[in-house]
Ligand binder design. Structure first.
Ligand code: PMP
Length: 465
């Protein structure tokens, strides 16, 4: 038995699910064969190939919490574009704003009236006084890191093991079994000498953090407030206080990336827990699916930035700043962000999403208890994740070791074949304002059935032998 399950049984049930998948999704299969001829990995983005099953389902429509595929199946979508659609697909208010702005100029390289509203809203909601827009959270992180290097004159970026902040080069590292920092498995170092760009420590290890910052060469600490990309790793009591105190003591800008933890509430995890960063990054869901992200900074950081990159003066030669993007801050993004902040990222919607997430968490906890599995389930706001270890991991390394490809593949595919989508890559379920209690109960019932099926077969086999 591994993680409470007999892996041979899981493998055999998984084969049955794969056959069912092929039978149920013939048209998606045909499209995939065609797509393989044009797309490097059979889809416009290689991640799309990594859903459970033999190929990605081809989506015909997406509304609220529901997807429909080209074979006519509907799904309760708990993946929600891995947070990009956390407020539901095709939100009417956002769709209307996007449609309206598309008729009045989408990208102008000039501000519109919405920019004023959104700027004020970012300050009101997240507390930091100055903001910029990018087209992705990856970009926002990359640009903030560049600025931190400029203002501190230091080279290294400190990240936590098993982090994910997008394809930011410096962060593509991990610890090997001897605790040495190496390039992340499968990711080419891209010419980066990580020994000169990166310091890596485990999340929650304040002693290691202190030792790393004491070297005096760290330009920024980049972290999620609650790790979400390797399963969920909660901050230990006192971790955030320690992190803030150490970054202040060594004068190292602290960047908090709330791209996923915005699931916690309208102000993200920081808003819920009163964290104060020097830089704040947020992407994915803030423009209803239009590519957009924002980063904000404190007054002190803004003043340091203006020292190296002053405001433009009329008549001055045009300068490169090393960050931005032609489409960043465009009119369509601003219209979509305004509608998202005003109409969907509301207290009332969060309350609904969080209540349902708690219902899902409780259900999964009951299933874990009933089947006596050495698993646990965590929730932060509208985001729930189950992990194959019996306690919450203390750091990324621990969480990483609790992953199990086959068990994950089987669970995800069992659910998918019966109309429920979990986020690929991990066992994560997100609620949106359109998610219902019935949706949650369906997930819980299917998870129970799926585990009962493997466990019953295990027991039967045990009885026969
Ligand atoms: N930050 C965090 C915390 C993320 O989880 C991700 C993506 N999963 C990113 C940044 C990058 O977002 P994007 O791929 O939209 O650039």
């Amino acid at each position: 038995m591994t993680l409470g399950l007999d892996l041979e049984r899981v493998a055999s049930c998984y084969q049955t699910e794969l056959r069912q998948f092929a039978e149920r999704h013939p048209r998606s299969g045909e499209h995939y064969q065609e797509n393989l001829k044009h797309w490097l990995y059979g889809a416009p983005l290689h991640w799309m190939q990594q859903w459970p099953g033999l190929y990605p389902i081809l989506v015909a429509d997406a509304q609220g919490a529901t997807l429909t595929d080209c074979d006519g199946h509907t799904y309760v979508d708990f993946a929600l574009g891995d947070t990009g659609a956390m407020f539901g697909h095709s939100q009417p208010a956002v769709a209307k704003a996007i449609g309206h702005q598309a008729l009045h100029g989408s990208t102008l390289m000039l501000p519109t009236a919405d920019s004023l509203w959104v700027g004020q809203e970012l300050v009101r909601r997240f507390g930091l006084p100055y903001w910029q827009v990018t087209t992705s959270a990856t970009d926002a992180n990359r640009f903030v890191l560049r600025l931190c290097r400029m203002i501190t004159g230091r080279e290294k970026v400190l990240v936590f093991n098993c982090n994910y902040h997008g394809s930011v080069d410096e962060s593509q590292v991990e610890f090997d079994s001897a605790g040495q920092m190496i390039p992340r498995e499968g990711v080419h170092a891209n010419g980066i000498k990580h020994a000169t760009t990166t310091r890596l420590v485990e999340f929650n290890d304040l002693a290691a953090l202190e030792a790393a910052l004491a070297q005096g060469d760290v330009a920024a600490v980049l972290t999620e407030p609650f790790m979400t990309n390797v399963g969920m790793v909660p901050p230990a009591p006192g971790f955030h206080e320690g992190l803030r105190a150490l970054t202040q003591r060594f004068d190292v800008p602290l960047i908090i990336d709330e791209t996923h933890t915005i699931s916690c509430g309208p102000g993200g995890y920081s808003g819920e827990h009163g964290l104060q960063a020097d830089f704040f990054v947020l992407g994915k869901c803030i423009a209803g699916g239009i590519p957009a992200a924002v980063w904000g900074c404190s007054q002190a950081m803004a003043e340091r930035i203006w020292q190296v990159l002053p405001h433009f003066q009329p008549g001055q030669a045009i300068n490169h700043f090393g960050f931005g993007g032609t489409l960043a801050g465009n009119a369509l993004q601003m219209a979509a962000m305004r509608a998202t902040f005003s109409d969907v990222m509301t207290e009332a919607n969060y309350a609904h999403m969080i209540t349902l997430a708690e219902r899902l968490r409780e259900g999964v906890q009951r299933i874990i208890d009933t089947h006596r599995l050495p698993w646990h389930v965590t929730r932060i706001g509208a985001r729930v994740e189950y992990l194959f270890m019996d306690h919450a991991p203390r750091n990324g390394g621990e969480a990483h070791h609790a992953r199990h490809g086959l068990i994950e593949a089987y669970l995800h595919l069992y659910l998918l074949n019966r109309g429920v989508l979990l986020t690929p890559f991990h066992n994560m379920a997100l609620m949106c304002p359109a998610t219902t209690a019935q949706d949650v109960d369906l997930h819980n019932r299917l998870l129970d059935q799926c585990l009962s099926q493997v466990l019953a077969q295990t027991n039967l086999q045990g009885a026969a032998s």
